[in-house]
Design a protein around this ligand. Structure first.
Ligand SMILES: [Zn+2]
Length: 441
């Protein structure tokens, strides 16, 4: 290549680069700006643990809020863990407000096990959008905004103020996110009367709705006893004492599981007790000393308490039957979250006429052509428990019908038509709840 042709080559390359960069057809910006592409863009922000990019998520949501004309505030209840609050003021600020909540973070994904990259938000020709967070719960995050965008465009004006919150850390327990938000002065000032939080998909054609979560407890039982030769039979060895506990807990577990197997209850309505680890033995070389009975033994259990159960009765059972001092046992019970609200009531949102919000919610779903399934207790937990602890009626709801339940699984996806239908459902819910004037003081 001569120097001249090199220069002309360089100029050509630079020119074509410039054209390429300036040409919207050739870049991502060529994507039409629609509710579905806005959902895809949000899914592409990597908010998966252990290093969720909260800043980019908040900045993206803020740009959406600006385009819709919503007020925006960012709180840092914990440094580097922003919480975004958007507000659509109602005409009567004396009425309790409506809060729509979702979490910014998601669980990690193993790209090699996915059919499509988990942060590409690839949309198949059939309309399935594959991404971590597609169901849990970035769909509702964008649906809330799109529903408000449409309502505003139709000149709808809410009577009650509508708030939309985007909270960090739900997937790791919410202690630095919704837990701090719910007890803050800033939260009190919002005068929240009713909360909608995330729910779950349904493979069938009814919308699922959740009125309570189960509370997770971790129980560690430790046994002590006289050590002894492997050949000796004697009472109260550490292993024997721990094994008695395990037997009693296994029997209790069976009584609960039998109810599920017999069809008298669903999983989330019973107390689940599952052993998660066993630790004992005298380590020797690559294995254990087989001629020694150890002086210490330990077991860990994951327990889930439905709100219909008195937690004090379970605690009594732990102290008296499962880990009594009389058998040389000690225990540690770690309660991950509340079991009662600030008034001492179970963390359950009524789904009958005693809750005026319920009737309005139910009618709004029907008005949008949807069918509600029988209200359920969620088998796991969400941030909703922190709102319920403040005595605020809170329902878990993600409008996903005819969708396999894929939260936290490989190949999480949501179909575009289901996503778009969800926006219509929220338009109906938000307009009904925000124009509802009675009976919630
Ligand atoms: Zn979630």
């Amino acid at each position: 290549m001569s120097p001249n042709s090199f220069i002309s080559f360089t100029v050509t390359v630079l020119l074509s680069l410039t054209i390429l960069l300036a040409n919207p057809e050739s870049q991502e910006s060529s994507e039409p700006d629609t509710p579905v592409t806005r959902f895809q863009n949000y899914l592409r922000i990597k908010t998966a643990h252990p290093n969720p990019d909260y800043a980019s998520a908040v900045s993206y949501l803020n740009s959406q809020a600006q385009s819709i004309g919503l007020q925006s505030r960012t709180f840092q209840f914990t440094p580097n863990k922003p919480l975004l609050l958007l507000t659509w003021p109602g005409s009567d600020p004396t009425l309790p407000s409506l809060l729509l909540n979702s979490h910014l973070d998601s669980v990690p994904a193993e790209p090699s096990k996915w059919a499509h990259p988990p942060f590409a938000a690839h949309r198949t020709p059939g309309g399935d959008i594959f991404a971590r967070g597609a169901q849990d719960d970035k769909c509702i995050a964008i649906q809330y905004l799109e529903a408000i965008r449409n309502l505003k465009a139709s000149n709808f004006n809410p009577i009650r103020t509508v708030h939309v919150s985007y909270v960090p850390d739900e997937e790791i327990g919410g202690m630095d996110g919704a837990a701090k938000f719910a007890v803050s002065e800033e939260f009190k000032e919002l005068k929240v009367g009713f909360v909608l939080d995330e729910g779950q998909a349904n493979p069938g054609d009814e919308f699922r709705v959740f009125y309570a979560d189960r509370t997770p407890w971790n129980l560690i039982v430790k046994a002590k006893g006289m050590p002894g030769h492997g050949s000796r039979m004697f009472d109260n060895s550490a292993m024997e004492n721990l094994m008695k506990s395990i037997e009693l807990m296994t029997r209790f577990r069976e009584t609960q599981f039998d109810e599920v197997k017999a069809g008298n209850a669903v999983n989330s309505e019973v107390i689940s007790v599952n052993p998660v680890y066993l630790k004992s033995g005298i380590v020797s070389g690559d294995g254990f000393a087989m001629n020694m009975q150890p002086s210490e033994a330990e077991a860990g259990f994951n327990i889930r308490i439905p709100p219909t159960v008195d937690p004090d009765l379970v605690k009594k059972r732990i102290a008296e039957e499962w880990a009594p001092e009389a058998r040389n046992l000690t225990y540690q019970l770690i309660e991950n979250g509340p079991t009662r609200d600030y008034m001492g009531r179970p963390l359950m949102t009524p789904t009958d006429d005693s809750n005026p919000w319920w009737s309005v919610f139910k009618q709004a779903i029907a008005a949008a052509g949807g069918k509600l399934a029988k209200p359920e207790i969620l088998a796991s937990t969400t941030d909703a428990r922190f709102m319920r602890q403040q005595g605020i009626p809170t329902l878990g709801f993600s409008p996903m019908t005819n969708t396999p339940i894929l939260l936290h699984e490989h190949d999480e996806f949501l179909k575009d038509t289901i996503f778009l239908k969800g926006i219509k459902i929220y338009e109906s819910i938000i307009s009904a709840l925000s124009s509802f004037e009675g009976g919630t003081q």
